[in-house]
Design a binder for this molecule. Structure first.
Ligand SMILES: [Zn+2]
Ligand SMILES: [Zn+2]
Length: 225
């Protein structure tokens, strides 16, 4: 049994493992091939830990946006985003929750979570995406964690790359975009900076997911502060 620490964001107890860069690469590769089992085996090998600890560690990697080591340049952009959105209060409701069962379910998902504890699976996929149903205020509240998920690789075993979803949330309705309408100029500037960084550093998944045109549109919308 390894000793554990408490993730200061999501509150999960995580085994304390030492993993070198090669180990991280191997885990990332396994998860990008959508194999959590292989990731657990790789981690067990690289960290020299027990299966159970490895499993627990990988479970955290697959849920929490704060579980991954983040490149310095990414962290700089994310901290600017976090700063611009720091004062945003969590809305009481996120959707038109009395409208139908789907609106109610998405509202509950977003209400029960928070921008600190949000898990990747809570933001679903393009076909089942609570954020699509959220108000502009709700998007404003969750944006920093969405940006964080978007900068993580395409490694979610049960979900697609989040980069695809965030671009769609930032372009929907063009200049009438519900988030755009909520943002002050500082927040718009932070999102524009995020998009330029995303474009410059995520060329491969942007190409794989065929979102180049949509991303160009997003940059155009958000460049106008
Ligand atoms: Zn966590
Ligand atoms: Zn509805």
């Amino acid at each position: 049994m390894s000793s554990t620490y408490c993730c200061e964001k999501c509150g999960t107890q995580v085994p304390e493992l030492s993993i070198n860069q090669e180990g991280w690469k191997a885990i990332e590769r396994s998860l990008m091939n959508k194999s959590a089992t292989l990731a657990v085996a790789e981690l067990k090998h690289y960290a020299g830990c027990e299966e159970k600890d490895s499993q627990q560690f990988v479970d955290h990697l697959l849920r929490c946006s704060y579980a991954w080591p983040i490149a310095r340049e990414d962290e700089l952009v994310l901290s600017k985003v976090e700063k611009a959105f720091a004062g945003v209060k969590k809305p009481k409701h996120f959707t038109d929750y009395t409208h139908c069962d789907e609106c109610l379910e998405h509202d509950q998902t977003l209400r029960n979570s928070s921008k600190e504890t949000a898990k990747r699976e809570e933001f679903g996929n393009a076909g089942w995406d609570p954020i699509t149903f959220s108000t502009g205020e709700g998007l404003l509240y969750y944006f920093p964690v969405l940006a964080r998920f978007a900068l993580l690789p395409d490694l979610w075993v049960n979900n697609d790359w989040y980069g695809e979803q965030i671009v769609s949330h930032l372009t929907w309705d063009g200049k009438s975009n519900k988030l755009y309408k909520q943002c002050n100029s500082k927040q718009k500037e932070a999102i524009f900076m995020f998009l330029k960084h995303f474009e410059a550093t995520r060329a491969r998944p942007i190409n794989n997911y065929m979102i180049t045109e949509e991303l160009n549109l997003a940059i155009k919308i958000w460049s106008d502060m």
